[in-house]
Write a new protein. Sequence first.
Length: 337
Amino acid sequence: MSETVISCHSVSKIFGPDPVGHLAEVKANPQASLAGYVHAVRDVDLEIQRGEMLVVMGLSGSGKSTLVRCLSRLVEITGGSVTVEGQDIATLSEAGLIDLRRRKMGMVFQSFGLLPHRTVLDNVAFPLEMRGQDRSSRYASAGEMLELVGLAGRESYFPRELSGGQQQRVGIARSLVVKPDIWFLDEPFSALDPLIRREMQDEFLRLKGLLNKTVIFITHDFDEALRLADRIAIMKDGRIVQCDSPDQIVLHPATEYVARFTADIDRARVVRVGSLARPLDGSPEGAAWSSGRTIRDLARDLVADSRTVIPLTDANGTIIGGVNRQEALDVLLGDGA
């Protein structure tokens, strides 16, 4: 059974001179603008499960970065509540909040934020230095993280001696050295060239497979979201308009706004055959397919197989249902959903 790590209930964030005093007025007139106030996050309800990779995306100004800053209390919410592992973080003292971030949270932002006068090793070890950890143990931990992100041998380099992708890896290693349970990443790859960005996505997927972190990842790039996410939360005007698996968002966009994101996507590349699974009527016939494979991966098999319904298995090899071959072909060929 999944465990909720972060829970938001009716979270709102208003920027202005007296946001709390004007919360009711702003919420009562959601379509009207109130001079001097910006309603950046509007009544968000969201639960994030342990080990989940949630990607928050939307156009510029949609509220995605503000929402994630609410989750870590980098900004104070105006209304609602945010709990982390059952603790309402609004009730924490400043010392308690700092302790939560140091023990539980790692953060990576678009700007690398490396200390230019410190070596790579010192940059990665810096959070442990702030904890008061002794030099030898923090350097040992920093070295392990640098090896994990593929930068072993560059410990004595300075940030200016690294490429943009290597600097981003240092930022990732620094966020991981505290061994956070919750990992926040705010458009960490958007400043990188396309090729380096793809390499960093590959690296991130590798790390995701090695480390059991709860990840909240912000991007405005839908292809990046589809590649990385377990679930995608799409925001517009401060609200989450759809939060679902990549398969379901591509197959069943909830609004025209979401549909515009998916319009040019090759659905067969994204949709896993398991998302089309239905209960089997009778005993399965013939070889089963893995439910985790995409329809694009199975294109040749779909064309060659003559069965009406093809059985599917989960990661453990257990039959979980079947897929209608014609329905899968419709996704492959672009005919219907």
